[in-house]
Design a protein. Structure first.
Length: 84
């Protein structure tokens, strides 16, 4: 699964296509979400629930990256203050 946002995401009825997240077929009685990564690449097909799980994990990883960057900045500023 890509880390980037999916663009032009559409809801469509499942047609037996394979979910790129869980590998199961998306049955006609389920909704599929289809979209392409914002940086280009292959179209992703997901169960609606798999999409929500992937999107939540993607956002969590972005948040953790932001937090780690903030901690590095704080640590660097602390070192600079202590050295003066």
């Amino acid at each position: 699964m890509p880390h980037e946002l999916l663009m032009n995401v559409r809801f469509i009825p499942g047609a037996g296509q394979m979910c790129d997240a869980c590998g199961e077929n998306i049955a006609p009685d389920h909704m599929a979400m289809i979209g392409a990564p914002s940086t280009g690449g292959q179209t992703c097909r997901l169960h609606a629930l798999c999409f929500r799980i992937w999107e939540n994990e993607r956002r969590l990883l972005d948040w953790l990256d932001d937090l780690a960057g903030a901690e590095r900045l704080l640590s660097r500023n602390q070192v600079l203050r202590e050295s003066t």
